[in-house]
Design a protein around this ligand. Structure first.
Ligand SMILES: Cc1ncc(COP(=O)(O)O)c(C=O)c1O
Ligand SMILES: N[C@@H](Cc1ccc(O)cc1)C(=O)O
Length: 459
């Protein structure tokens, strides 16, 4: 067989490194018990490879670091705000910008200015913070993602797509007047970083236009979604990521953004809108919750780094290496027979805990258990994305999501291919001893977003 000739490589070189601490199995066991078997409660210094999240964990470029030095820390009218506004207008095409400290700050403001109590908000699968803000504003969330998204074995290439029949059913039942907007996430985090196709967005735009319903993007990982469109959707192979990103936004009315993902910064976010009246409301609201409308809870230097990161995020070679690394890890896990969500998505590998630990019932938290076991093996930190994350319904019952997953989230520009090998091998070791693994019971449950702070004990 001829050797492989189409390898990708990182379009950067390493200028500074952060040393990692290795731990012993005994140290990890102790740390895990102290953390109540919740990877969110581990101390970062007890972690070897940190795949908890791709949020705020990416490595900034030298350009971004030099942007930090150009921070204009004026209370009002910082020049970095105008640079960020320009970046948002140029890259996404939205007219108005309201900066926020991170994505959920924007979700809060959007929910408050758009939703009236009793409204219905459809979305392509829930996201924890997004749904909570919609609910706190008085709306009921309805999942309108296609059925394939709930099936970890379906190889459908655009599992993030909205099912228009499900939307139509909601319109029939609740009336378009009671649906302020549809929230469309690109890519869909909890489905496994799955993309939405341009065709689907165009169809949704045509439909919502006719009904007078707005589309608000959760544009947190929009550049990653654009990469999948470029690679998989007919007619987009020769378009750049930048062109595709702008086209996606053109079918929508605005979006919330967590700059901590695509935009390669450690903190920051924004709300972008096209409607001036809504913008005025949001700009007024931001001073209540975040800070003045020209900084929204951010330092000037943070806005500068985000403006630069937005431009870097839509470079084709960056995205090729970014997703290439995720696919490399997924392929390795696949070779070991580890059950993962297919197709491989944008920001990480999602291991199917129901298939991995079929002997553990969902009420004994298989994904939480597996994340704990993965940490024990080699100090790799991952995140539960199953019944714990899904939380409870308004009537107090637990949601029982079909997907019970452990997310191995890859920070951008941080780890090497050798780290990916270590991660896959460690997971394979846990897979070999899967039959001996026992479930957990929850011993402490906070009211909101319980997965962040809940505590568990081994059964
Ligand atoms: C899809 C998605 N939307 C919204 C958010 C909220 O962003 P942030 O963490 O910046 O508040 C996140 C991450 O939290 C996310 O992954
Ligand atoms: N958005 C980040 C941080 C986060 C994690 C879990 C959540 O449910 C909410 C926020 C992520 O997806 O990793």
């Amino acid at each position: 067989m001829l050797p492989k000739r189409d390898s990708w490589a990182e379009p950067y070189k390493i200028k500074m490194v952060e040393l990692l601490k290795m731990t012993t199995p005994e140290q990890r066991k102790k740390a895990l018990i102290e953390a109540g078997y919740n990877t969110f409660l581990l101390k970062s210094e007890d972690v070897y490879i940190d795949l908890l999240t791709d949020s705020g964990t990416s490595a900034m470029s030298d350009e971004q670091w030099s942007g930090m030095m150009r921070g204009d820390e004026a209370y009002a009218g910082s020049k970095n705000y105008y640079n960020l506004e320009k970046a948002v207008q140029e890259v996404y095409g939205y007219k108005y910008l309201v900066p926020t400290h991170q994505g959920r700050g924007a979700e809060n403001i959007l929910s408050q200015i758009m939703i009236k109590p009793g409204d219905t908000v459809p979305g392509n699968m829930y996201f924890t913070t997004t749904r909570l803000h919609q609910e706190l504003a008085g709306a009921v969330f309805h999942d309108v993602i296609i059925d394939e998204a709930h099936d970890s074995n379906s190889e459908y290439p655009f599992k993030g797509n909205v099912d228009l029949n499900k939307v139509e059913k909601l319109v029939q039942e609740y009336g378009a007047d009671n649906i302020p907007y549809i929230c469309v996430a690109v890519t869909v985090n909890l489905a496994g970083g799955q993309p939405v196709s341009m065709k689907n967005l165009k169809e949704l735009r045509a439909y919502t236009h006719e009904k007078g319903i707005k589309i608000m993007l959760d544009m947190t990982r929009i550049a990653e979604n654009a990469y999948f469109i470029q690679q998989k959707e007919e007619g987009y192979r020769l378009k750049t990521i930048a062109e595709i990103v702008k086209e996606i936004c053109s079918y929508t009315d605005g979006g919330t953004f967590s700059g901590k993902k695509d935009a390669l910064v450690n903190i920051g976010g924004f709300l972008a809108l096209n409607d001036f009246e809504k913008f005025e409301e949001a700009r007024n609201m931001v001073v209540v919750y975040e800070g003045l409308h020209t900084y929204g809870g951010l330092a000037g230097r943070d806005m500068e780094a985000m403006a630069i990161g937005i431009h870097e995020s839509v470079q084709d070679e960056h995205m090729k290496a970014r997703i290439g690394q995720v696919i490399y890890l997924g392929d390795k896990m696949d070779e070991f027979g580890i059950p993962i969500v297919k197709p491989i998505g944008g920001h990480g590998i999602f291991v199917d805990a129901k298939q991995f630990l079929p002997h553990i019932p969902q009420d004994e938290f298989p994904a939480q258990t597996l994340a704990a076991e993965i940490y024990l093996d080699a100090g790799i930190r991952t995140m539960e994305r199953g019944i714990v994350s899904a939380g409870r319904k308004a009537n107090g019952e637990n949601y029982h999501p079909k997907l019970e997953l452990v997310r191995f989230t890859i920070p951008r520009r941080v780890y090497t291919q050798a780290h990916m090998d270590v991660i896959a091998e460690s997971t394979a070791r846990v897979y070999e001893r899967r039959n001996q693994i026992k479930g957990l019971k929850m011993i402490y449950e906070p009211k909101y977003l319980r997965f962040f702070q809940a505590r568990f004990e081994q059964l």
